[in-house]
Design a protein around this ligand. Structure first.
Ligand code: GRF
Length: 200
């Protein structure tokens, strides 16, 4: 059984895609053992509760220093000890010690076709705003291995999504989620489950 911890910071639609895939029997050898959030009160935590998945909230503002916060975050993940960590709408740079400890076992879903529209400052709606401003006709989503950079790790899966005339950042984000993100993330987790946890 592949034990998966999902890190979240927002609405949790990608977490929901994983939960739905498991519920529909598409991920028979996968168990979501924890949801870890760096923000309280987000809907992703409600989704975890509805799915009876243990959740942990670790917030920077609850710690006197960045070091204390990062140490708590790392310690929590060490104790959970997942086979795979999935960043699903997670908006925080992970400590390099954590990346080293879980080398090639942390994946992220990014809402563009990396290497376009990624890196510092490209997250959530900002990605789709930049896509529309540049006028590209094809965007999409990418699942990649997380390394010490920002959206720089090896690419695992990508799927294109056509930009439609009249798209707004909101309509484009929704389509990229529906047509790409929510399909790719379960597929990437399945690849790990089928390869006994290591695909690189
Ligand atoms: C999505 O655009 C996702 O690609 C990005 O964060 C946004 C929110 O994701 N990483 P979620 O709904 O919280 O899963």
């Amino acid at each position: 059984m592949l034990r998966v911890a999902v890190l979240v910071s927002g609405g949790g639609t990608n977490l929901q895609a994983l939960m739905d895939a498991i519920h529909q029997g598409q991920l028979p050898n996968v168990e979501l053992v924890a949801v870890v959030s760096n923000k309280a009160g987000i809907y992703a935590l409600e989704r975890a509760k509805q799915g009876n998945i243990p959740s942990y909230v670790i917030q920077r503002k609850d710690h006197s220093s960045l070091e204390s916060f990062q140490s708590k975050f790392e310690q929590t993940l060490y104790e959970i000890n997942p086979d795979l960590i999935v960043l699903a709408g997670f908006l925080m740079i992970l400590p390099s010690s954590l990346i080293e400890r879980f080398r090639n076992r942390i994946i992220n879903i990014h809402p563009s076709l990396i290497p376009s529209f990624c890196g510092e400052g490209y997250y959530g709606l900002k990605v789709h705003q930049a896509v529309l401003e540049r006028g590209v006709k094809v965007t999409g989503a990418t699942v990649h291995i997380v390394d010490e950079g920002c959206d720089t790790g090896p690419i695992l899966l990508q799927k294109p999504v056509l930009v439609q005339p009249g798209d707004t950042p909101e309509t484009l984000q929704r389509r990229v989620m529906e047509e790409a993100e929510w399909e790719l993330l379960p597929k990437a987790v399945s690849m790990f489950a089928d390869s006994q946890g290591g695909i690189i």
